[in-house]
Design a protein around this ligand. Structure first.
Ligand code: BGC
Length: 739
């Protein structure tokens, strides 16, 4: 046997070819398999039934590792990782296993690791540097656990808010998603994949997954390829350009063709057009689903053939694929070259990331979990992620004359709701018996800590359940609030209302929360609402009636501390919404980058625009925009135009502003959105300070996808708009021509 593939001095391509040439068909197909180490076990606890992670038996794992040469395992943490890796290294070829994990907002499936705000929360910071650092910290903690690959980031576009997975997105805008996606990929993968603290990123779910009809998860997205190229492909292109090593397919079908067997998107777009060089993994059981859920294949042989021919390289947790694939090759129904190419893609990444060396050197050491440095990064990101939606009569920051705050509401002291989806207690189903490890601050804990320093008392009552309208104690909550100077009501949603299988038709406050708020309002005290929720809810009453509103989404470990700081003015909020809020779910979608249309674009019984707009967020200070100018009046397609604007902090507190630049193509051969974000810049400004912000827009970024499916920059007039959010009335405007 030629063992030169173990020589790190050779290139990844050379090592791949040396190894591939010696592999049996069983060893090759094994490399295409990804099997879950965790299984789900039903647990009954009194009246409650939940699903717990179980673990496959040792024999089963041994069979996969040593009998079938499995290439990758997922959802394995702790001591088991090293034991299984040892087994793999002792096989004939000693190919290490690539361990994958859903480290979605931090290495959340391991209790004790740093939990960051969700992608949706983090996206409201619009801070690429901090999002990159979130990726870096996550990578270090994943590596510490002996794992190599995170199934993150989600680059789906969050447009239908009923969809259960909105919390996993970076919001609704392709440009912002692309920028933040590229940043976190850079954070995960580090300077070089082979660095000891780099992990593989995985751009998912490819593609148009969030566009499923009615916000129904894993269903049908009725979009054309032109539209995919125009909208949904953009963040994935950024991921390829950022060197993202892996992509994951999506569950749904696209114009009837399941994404996993969709050659146009997997081959023509991903490989040929975007030039993706990494490997493509299916989503969970996607191959079986072609038979069971999508009815496009009669049996596993047909399903496996379709998946291979469409260009998938690794098959996630469809165990029957193994035998089927070997049979297909042996009976000549599939060309072995297709298998070889897939194996090549997988091995090439294994060699490029130095897996053969890393797996042999790994020593477990999880002391970095939630270490001071990681918590500091988390705190900085959380400070920038929270959005101040209302602040009537400058009620916030709280005056130093108050003596007592009543913190009321079901999400005030609930770390489970605050963490949201993809943590050790949200998967496979929500369970409350798992005790989260410290450190963390619930909203109540954070408010109490800061209030104490300001010599302000805090009383607390949970008020009601988030979901069950019968479970309420509103009169006790009112008693608790009776002698307070200010009420902070913490409401929203919970883990059981977000995630896969958890689409919602009704986005109003659930349970008795609305009644709780109305009763609290009747006490005639200042009412500050803190929202702890996975995604935008329909909250017109809150907008109308609350004196202040803070949107925190799922803010992770540091959420409570930051809310305390914001209430008392120790932190000036600077987050802006990456997603629009509706008045009601029957109004959806309400995203900002919609089309002009005619007939007034209105419902006769409800506004058509959003309740809170994309890009919107208040500060304790005020920013003035003036002296807007453009570098060019006329450009050609190769130019870059620069927009300049002076931004001054004219308020009473230092603060940060997210300056946003939108573009509209005034006349084009296809309909284009009323405006599209094409640049942004976050600036810190001291009181009285002015900065000139310059934002570049390469003209090629203004290309449309014409009716023939080609990218073209059409000559004509464009409008550039710059300002604090996406509303027309707050944007400065100027035109230029492309010739
Ligand atoms: C989800 C993916 C996830 C995978 C592995 C699937 O159900 O759609 O996002 O990465 O499971 O846990």
């Amino acid at each position: 046997m030629n063992r030169d593939y173990l020589n790190p001095k050779l290139s990844a391509t050379e090592r791949t070819e040396i190894l591939l040439s010696q592999m049996t068909i069983e060893e090759k197909v094994g490399q295409l398999m990804q099997i879950s180490v965790a299984t789900t076990v039903e647990v009954k606890d009194g009246n409650e039934t939940y699903f717990e992670y179980g673990v496959r038996s040792d024999d089963e794992i041994k069979e996969w590792v040593q009998g079938k040469f499995v290439g990758s395992l997922l959802h394995c943490i702790g001591d088991q990782v090293s034991k299984i890796q040892e087994m793999a290294l002792s096989t004939r070829l000693g190919i290490p296993i690539l361990f994958g994990i859903d480290a979605i907002h931090g290495h959340g499936l391991h209790n004790g690791a740093t939990i960051f705000p969700t992608q949706l929360g983090a996206s409201c910071s619009w801070n690429k540097k901090l999002v990159e650092q979130m990726g870096r910290v996550t990578a270090k903690e994943v590596v510490a656990d002996g794992l190599h690959w995170t199934f993150s980031p989600v680059l789906c576009i969050g447009r239908d808010l009923r969809w259960g997975r909105i919390n996993e997105t970076f919001g609704e805008d392709p440009f912002l998603i692309g920028e933040l996606g590229a940043a976190i990929i850079k954070g995960y993968q580090g300077r070089d994949l082979s660095d000891s603290d780099s992990i593989l990123a995985c751009a998912k779910h490819y593609i148009a997954y969030g566009e499923s009809i009615g916000g129904r998860d894993a269903y049908e997205s009725p979009v054309s390829i032109r539209r995919i190229k125009d909208i949904f492909l953009k963040p994935f292109k950024r991921a390829v350009d950022a060197g993202c090593a892996t992509f994951m397919t999506s569950y749904q079908s696209i114009d009837g063709v399941p994404a996993t067997v969709n050659k146009t998107v997997l081959k023509d777009l991903l490989r040929d057009e975007l030039g993706f060089k990494g490997f493509l993994v299916t989503d969970w059981d996607n191959v079986d689903a072609l038979i069971k859920n999508q009815s496009v294949a009669h049996d596993i042989d047909e399903a496996s053939r379709l998946a291979l021919e469409a260009g998938n390289d690794m098959i996630m947790n469809s165990p029957a694929f193994y035998d089927a694939c070997i049979k297909l090759v042996k009976s000549g129904l599939i060309d072995e070259e297709i298998i070889d190419n897939a194996v090549r893609n997988v091995l090439n990444i294994k060699f490029s990331m130095g897996l053969f060396e890393k797996a042999r050197q790994y020593k477990p050491n999880t002391s970095v979990f939630s270490c001071d440095e990681h918590l500091k990064t988390n705190l900085e990101l959380t400070r920038e992620s929270i959005v101040l939606l209302e602040n009537k009569n400058d009620i916030l920051p709280l005056s130093n004359k108050i003596n007592k705050i009543a913190v009321i509401g079901p999400n005030a002291d609930d770390i489970y709701a605050q963490y949201g989806d993809w943590t050790y207690f949200s998967h496979p189903t929500p369970k409350k018996h798992v005790i989260p490890k410290r450190p963390y601050y619930t909203m109540l804990e954070g408010i109490k800590e800061v209030a104490k320093a300001h010599k302000v008392d805090v009383s607390y009552h949970y008020g009601c359940d988030v979901m069950d309208p019968q479970k309420e104690a509103i009169s006790e909550a009112l008693d608790c609030a009776q002698d307070a100077d200010v009420i902070v009501a913490v409401v929203g949603d919970c883990v059981a209302q977000n995630g896969e299988f958890k689409d919602r038709a009704n986005l109003s406050l659930s349970g008795a929360q609305q009644r709780l708020l109305e009763e609290l309002k009747s006490l005639n005290k200042p009412l500050i609402v803190v929202l702890v929720n996975g995604k935008p809810l329909a909250i017109p009453w809150i907008k109308e009636n609350a004196d202040a509103v803070l949107e925190t989404f799922n803010s992770g470990m540091m959420g409570g501390k930051v809310v305390g700081e914001i209430l008392f003015g120790e932190t000036n909020p600077s987050g802006k919404l990456s997603i629009s809020f509706p008045y009601d779910s029957c109004q959806l979608p309400v995203y900002y980058n919609n089309y002009l249309g005619w007939h007034g674009k209105k419902y006769i019984d409800m506004p058509s625009e959003s309740l809170y707009h994309f890009g919107y967020g208040l500060s304790y200070t005020t920013f003035k925009y003036e002296c807007f100018s453009l570098s060019h009046a006329v450009c050609n397609a190769d130019d870059t135009i620069t927009a300049y604007v002076d931004v001054t902090n004219i308020g009473m507190m230092d603060g940060s502003e997210i300056v946003q630049l939108y573009v509209r193509d005034l006349v084009s051969s296809v309909m284009t959105p009323v405006k599209q974000l094409k640049g942004f810049e976050k600036v810190e400004l001291k009181v009285g300070e002015t900065k000139t912000v310059a934002i570049d827009v390469p003209i090629k970024e203004l290309a449309i996808v014409n009716p023939q499916g080609e990218y073209v920059v059409e000559p004509g007039t464009f409008e550039i708009m710059i300002g604090p959010d996406s509303r027309d009335e707050v944007l400065l405007k100027a035109k230029f021509k492309v010739v």
